[in-house]
Design a binder for this molecule. Structure first.
Ligand code: DAT
Ligand code: MG
Length: 237
């Protein structure tokens, strides 16, 4: 699957590169390059270096850098040296207690500082029915009803974060379900006390992540983009 993505990214880039030779506008090139990075989501990181170069200001120097950047990018892509790692996505929600306690920025900042990328965010009050869908795997548990009442009791900040290993590592950042057992340094360990008010939800596996993202977001709410920081976060030496 990922090699397919790489091949089509490479093909798309080659097409763009040949058309760019006849193009008289660096601005045009920049636009198409960015679009390619968006379409080839799995390859976005590897494409970032040449998109970054192409994204230099369209000043007179922009022409100069554009001329340099295109052949360099072409060489890399034609040689299939794209080494895109699987960039997973996970669903993270700040529950009503986290929102009411003013912990939105604190929680977002922990994921952001780690190097993960925010690709969707919204605030909403889920209905009880929606909360039951979200927690459907817990419907036999005695706390299920109270848990769904709680999740639907106020605003929830729903997010999708992207990055290498984000599902598993996101759970590490969050800490154990019961804040009494969460390590200091984790979100729940540092910021919560009781299991019924543990401020944050995170998908616990790839299937759950897919299901939860699909439950909370429509596909067009997910934004694929290349962050300028990515070349400093990922890299094989
Ligand atoms: P997690 O949120 O760490 O994935 P979970 O999926 O087992 O944990 O449970 C979902 C939520 O249900 C959890 O964040 C808080 C609540 N919960 C879990 N165990 C509980 C318990 N024993 N009593 C009350 N609420 C509980
Ligand atoms: Mg869970």
């Amino acid at each position: 699957m990922s090699s397919q993505i790489l091949r089509s990214a490479s093909r798309a880039a080659r097409t763009l590169l040949s058309s760019s030779r006849t193009s008289s506008s660096v601005g045009q090139w920049r636009t198409v390059a960015a679009a390619t990075a968006t379409v080839a989501r799995g390859s976005a990181r590897s494409l970032s270096s040449f998109c970054y170069k192409a994204d230099l200001k369209s000043t007179s120097m922009g022409w100069f850098y554009g001329a340099l950047a295109v052949p360099a990018g072409a060489y890399m892509l034609q040689d299939q040296q794209l080494q895109a790692a699987e960039l997973e996505r996970t669903f993270i929600a700040i529950k009503p207690d986290g929102v009411q306690r003013g912990l939105i920025s604190e929680i977002i900042s922990r994921f952001e500082k780690k190097g993960f990328k925010l690709v969707a965010i919204k605030i909403m009050i889920p209905s009880k029915d929606f909360a039951q869908k979200h927690y459907h795997d817990l419907k036999e548990r005695p706390f299920f009803n109270g848990l769904c009442d709680f999740l639907s009791s106020g605003p929830v900040v729903a997010m999708v974060w992207e990055g290498e290993g984000v599902i598993k590592y996101g759970r590490k950042l969050i800490g154990a379900t019961d804040p009494q057992k969460s390590e200091p340094g984790t979100i729940r360990g540092d910021l919560a006390v009781g299991v019924g008010r543990n401020i944050i939800h995170g998908s616990d596996g790839s299937e759950t992540a897919k299901d939860e993202i699909a439950l909370w977001f429509t596909p067009w709410e997910l934004v694929s983009y290349t962050s300028n920081a990515e070349k400093w976060i990922y890299g094989i030496n």
